[in-house]
Design a binder for this molecule. Structure first.
Ligand SMILES: [Zn+2]
Ligand SMILES: [Zn+2]
Length: 205
């Protein structure tokens, strides 16, 4: 019994440590993804007006993942972060309040359903972290603005385990629900404002 415990306990601890490091690794991975995107966007703007060369900017970052303890661990793997961005080829100002061709308007980020525009692609409101809750728990909890969560119209929210975000108002039965997923668009600031959006309190100020 004691001998068994002496073998099983360390194994269990190693497995737990490796599991935790795996979670941290995924967090770093998505932070890296955000940074690459931001860099790609800056490079794409810098490439404006330059003739020749490739049409796209391709960024890649490869990291080797290694378990902290090599016992009871996941196999080490290569993590690849990638970003492909078309070089900025200008914005058509014919319909807008078009000034000269030299107008360099700031580009900001918006989502389809969001009511704010963002300067920072990595803003938490653009990249909400999704939490997993029991359904009863979600019904009793409140979001960051103090509102109750209600079932999502798209996926119905009909499951024992549901998914919420701190700023959202709905709970979802699946993480892949379109109500949770966000398509992020990059538009000129004036367009974001004329569509009735306000500056993000976090990064737009
Ligand atoms: Zn923001
Ligand atoms: Zn949903």
């Amino acid at each position: 019994m004691t001998v068994e415990a002496a073998i099983v306990l360390p194994l269990f601890l190693f497995a737990m440590i490796n599991l935790l490091s795996l979670i941290l690794m995924f967090r770093d991975y998505s932070a890296q993804e955000g940074r690459l995107h931001q860099l790609g966007r800056e490079l794409s703007l810098l490439a404006f007006g330059q003739e020749g060369g490739e049409a796209d900017i391709r960024l890649e970052k490869i990291t080797q993942s290694r378990p902290i303890v090599p016992i009871a661990a996941f196999p080490s793997a290569l993590l690849v972060n990638g970003c492909v961005m078309h070089k900025w080829n200008g914005y058509d100002l014919r319909e807008g309040a078009g000034g000269g061709g030299q107008t360099q308007e700031e580009l900001v980020f918006i989502t389809e359903s969001g009511s704010a525009w963002h300067r920072d692609r990595a803003c938490v409101y653009l990249n909400p972290s999704v939490r997993m809750l029991a359904k009863e728990q979600a019904e009793n909890e409140r979001n960051s603005s103090g509102q109750r969560y209600t079932a999502c119209d798209v996926c119905g929210g009909n499951s024992a385990i549901v998914y919420v975000t701190a700023n959202g108002q709905r709970y979802h039965s699946t993480v892949t629900c379109s109500g949770l997923k966000r398509t992020i668009n990059c538009v000129p600031l004036s367009e974001a404002v004329s569509s009735g959006r306000h500056a993000c309190p976090r990064c737009g100020g």
